[in-house]
Design a protein around this ligand. Sequence first.
Ligand SMILES: [Zn+2]
Length: 229
Amino acid sequence: MMIPNADCLVFMDVETTGLDAQQERIIEVFLLKIARSGHVSEYETLIHPERPIPAVITEITGITDQDVAEAPTEAEVAHEIREFIGSGIPVAHNLPFDRRFFNAMFARNNQVQLSAAGIDTLALSRQLFPRLCIYPEGGGSHRLSNLMYHFGLQNAFANSHRARDDVMLLVEVYRHLQDYASGRMGITYPSAVTHGCPTCGAAMKMEFYEGERVLVCTKQPACSERLVV
Ligand SMILES: [Zn+2]
């Protein structure tokens, strides 16, 4: 795994009560720190959001009000979270989202903000695979779940929308993106898999018919492109 010019990478994921980093709160954090030396450490906590968890969030994450009833509040853990991240380089899928939530929490609790430095696997995926085909349970070209299927990680990992599982998947996805970018993976993908429909440029959908992998244009019926890959 390529480690940029920093002592360590901190792979991170948060679950939250919603999308707005100012209005909503973090309910779960998982951090995995991988030092240049190879030393690995982790930090994990649920956080009491001091408000009810919306039903839609419980549906996505499985985290209930009862699960966080005994959890510390952000005031009790913001300091140790900031200390754990330290000067490590943050890595996340859609890093700006996680960073906004961390920085809003750090601002409320007198902790130093995270810098703009970091590695966003969503941005990496967009660069490497501009119109990545969408796998049956993938959800969308650049979703972490779609990258899981693209790299064939679905038997060992899960995109469960729980912070620990998603970070474990994130580390593997990051490793695969790096290996692909550096040529170490030694494989190339058909252009329609990574760059979309040869006719209209839209992303393709991967479908499976009797053991065959078929790419179908997402713009069907306007575009009828179909390719066996
Ligand atoms: Zn098309």
